[in-house]
Design a protein around this ligand. Structure first.
Ligand code: HMG
Ligand code: MG
Length: 315
């Protein structure tokens, strides 16, 4: 054990965890898509720039979805060129070929399709059945791969669904396999409404391994509704997952799943990983400063415990 630097945890490594974790930062997309007020494009661009200045290497920038479905991100055509010069990966969401065309026209090199493990959410979020949505994604993935563009496949409602309750593990495994067989380079397992607990995470990852899904292709995406996101992340790390989605300051939710709250806060994740001696390349002080700056623009304090502790914000 060493003496901690100010503003950082003591470092006490644990066995059986990855040496390095890649954080897939989703604050600018998952976070801001769910804000009541639409954040001005210049503020979003500055947010992404500040996030890049913290050492984060993958920053999901925006979504090329129907602007009526997510008005908060209707400025994707203006935002993307304003940040495209940054030396980081800038994935964007594309639900269909129209979205892919818009992203490719601006030079995007990483796109993400977003499937659902449940029929209710597929209908609410994509106006499709689960299989119709997969059919919609097929040409997106094929054309993206032909253009040498990296494709992430999100899978929502991997644990529980607000309309259907507990989601059976085999149902999740089936859609994961379909996304991988379609050609997705990586998958992100979404706990969209934050109802997972660590045993459930372990059970899903064990089943995926049994179905031949390589853990190196998996990321986890936990919303923190019941305060379980960090515990669930540790359970995933213990199974070999080394890509973790998080949102600066704990921003986030999903406009088409009302019970969803913010994602795992990136600061809370970095604090735990740093304490475990796991490298992320992120400067925690700069990240906290970025979230405090963004919270001031949104007119409220950050829900992240680490941001509050390190910035002395009042709740
Ligand atoms: P639809 O109404 O079925 O669309 O919506 P359509 O295919 O019938 O097309 C209708 C019109 O929309 C057409 O225009 C299209 O051109 C246009 P018209 O000919 O009538 O003038 N259109 C578009 N315009 C711009 N960009 C596009 C686009 N697509 C069609 N990309 C659709 C289907 C998929 C478009 C709609 O349901 C949609 O946009 N959904 C997006 C919902 C969303 O973004 N949700 C949040 C992201 S998912 C999430 O947050 C979960 C995640 O974080 C993981 C987790 O937590 O679980 C990723
Ligand atoms: Mg999400």
């Amino acid at each position: 054990m060493n003496t901690p630097e100010p503003g950082l945890p003591m470092v006490v490594p644990a066995q059986g965890l990855p040496a390095r974790v890649r954080i897939h930062e989703v604050g600018a997309r998952d976070g801001l898509q769910n804000e009541k007020a639409t954040v001005p494009t210049a503020v979003k661009a500055e947010f992404v720039r500040r996030l890049a200045g913290t050492g984060l290497t993958t920053i999901e920038a925006t979504s090329f979805v129907h602007p009526k479905w997510v008005p908060q991100l209707a400025d994707a055509e203006e935002l993307y060129p304003a940040v495209a010069d940054l030396p980081v990966e800038l994935p964007v969401l594309v639900p269909n070929e129209r979205g892919l065309d818009r992203a490719l026209a601006l030079g995007a090199r990483r796109v993400a399709v977003f499937a659902s493990a449940t029929e209710s959410f597929a209908r609410a979020n994509l106006n499709r059945t689960v299989d119709e949505a997969l059919t919609m994604f097929e040409p997106v993935v094929r054309r993206a791969k032909a253009a040498d563009v990296h494709v992430r496949g999100y899978l929502s409602m991997c644990f529980g669904d607000p309309w259907e309750g507990a989601v059976p593990v085999p149902q999740v495994v089936r859609v994961c396999r379909a996304l991988l067989d379609m050609g997705c380079d990586e998958l992100s397992l979404g706990d969209t409404i934050g109802v997972a607990t660590p045993g459930h995470v372990t059970a899903l990852l064990t089943a995926l391994a049994g179905a031949g899904v390589p853990v190196s292709a998996l990321g986890v995406h936990f919303h923190d509704t019941y305060g379980q996101a960090l515990s669930n992340t540790l359970a995933a790390l213990q199974q070999g997952v080394s890509t973790v989605d998080a949102s600066a300051g704990g921003l986030g939710g999903c406009p088409y799943a009302k019970s969803a709250t913010g994602n795992l806060a990136t600061e809370d994740l970095v604090w735990m990983l740093r304490g475990l001696g796991i490298d992320t390349g992120v400067d925690l002080g700069r990240l906290v400063a970025t979230s405090v700056w963004m919270a001031a623009h949104l007119g409220r304090t950050s829900p992240s415990r680490t941001v509050r502790a390190l910035s002395h914000q009042e709740s």
